[in-house]
Design a protein around this ligand. Structure first.
Ligand code: SF4
Length: 263
């Protein structure tokens, strides 16, 4: 059996195994609001073109190049969104491109992280997405662009599993060690860097072993009450926080698939 895993899933499991079970094992649906992502997607497209389509080596591009990339990426936006996006990219250009003496060619642009890790005879298929990977002198820097408004940078402790998982996966893909995961907040021009260490990899191995045991033995998925309960979409089913909890729904997972482990 191959078990798909991502940093988002790993964080969810560590926060609360029961909520994880309802969401990913039983696939109980939740109603979540979706904000407009059109502007964000266009900004990501423009930056992918800007960094991936530059053909003049390490010569630093002028603003006209970024502006052209934006024009190509923004064809379906409203005039207001086009102005807003151009202003965000001007800020990005001044902060992260115009100040450089050479233009660094990225190792990869807008790709998928794919790797496999094995614990307790269970194979995890690691997946994730990145916006850009740069080569540094001593390893790799994975960069994620954040385009939403009022988004706060996560605390270092909230990034630990992502750092460890990506470090293990990128070692497998590129044979290089991950040095940093960096979040680049396009609206504020802030860049926050998180250093990846061996401790993060050990931490992920520990959580994956635990999860593998849980999945293989179909053990009780313990509820873990805490601050995360305030925003939990499953609290109505959770007897740990709700004395009159509703019966757990059936979910959409086909039960026989849960037994299809290759042990
Ligand atoms: S309400 Fe809290 S303890 Fe219950 S499932 Fe949600 S996160 Fe876990």
């Amino acid at each position: 059996m191959v078990y798909p895993i991502s940093a988002t899933k790993l964080n969810a499991y560590q926060r609360c195994p029961y909520a994880y079970f309802l969401k990913y094992e039983k696939r109980v649906p939740v109603t979540e609001g979706f904000g407009s992502v059109v502007l964000g997607n266009a900004l990501h497209d423009a930056l992918a073109q800007c960094h991936g389509g530059w053909t003049q080596g390490d010569r630093v591009p002028d603003w006209g190049w970024i502006s052209d990339c934006w024009t190509r990426a923004a064809t379906t936006l409203t005039n207001k969104q086009v102005r807003e996006g151009r202003s965000i990219l001007e800020n990005y250009y001044q902060k992260f491109i115009a100040t450089e003496s050479v233009f660094r060619q990225p190792l990869a642009i807008e790709g998928r992280i794919q790797a496999t890790l094995q614990f307790e005879n269970l194979e995890f298929s690691v997946t994730g997405r990145y916006d850009r990977i740069d080569y540094l002198e001593d390893g790799l820097e994975l960069i994620d662009y954040k385009s939403t408004q009022n988004v706060k940078s996560p605390k270092t402790t909230e990034m630990e599993l992502q750092l460890g998982l990506y470090a293990l996966a990128l070692e497998q893909t590129y044979g290089q060690s991950l040095k940093y995961v960096s979040l680049l907040f396009l609206r504020s021009g802030e860049k926050v860097r998180y250093a990846a260490t061996d401790r993060h990899k050990r931490q992920v191995r520990g959580v994956l072993k635990d999860l593998a045991w849980q999945v293989r033995h179909d053990a009780v998925w313990d509820a873990k009450p805490g601050n995360q309960c305030q925003s939990c979409s499953y609290s109505q089913y959770c007897t740990a926080v709700n004395k009159s909890a509703q019966p757990e729904p059936r979910g959409t997972k086909i039960p026989s698939l849960q037994l299809a482990f290759s042990l």
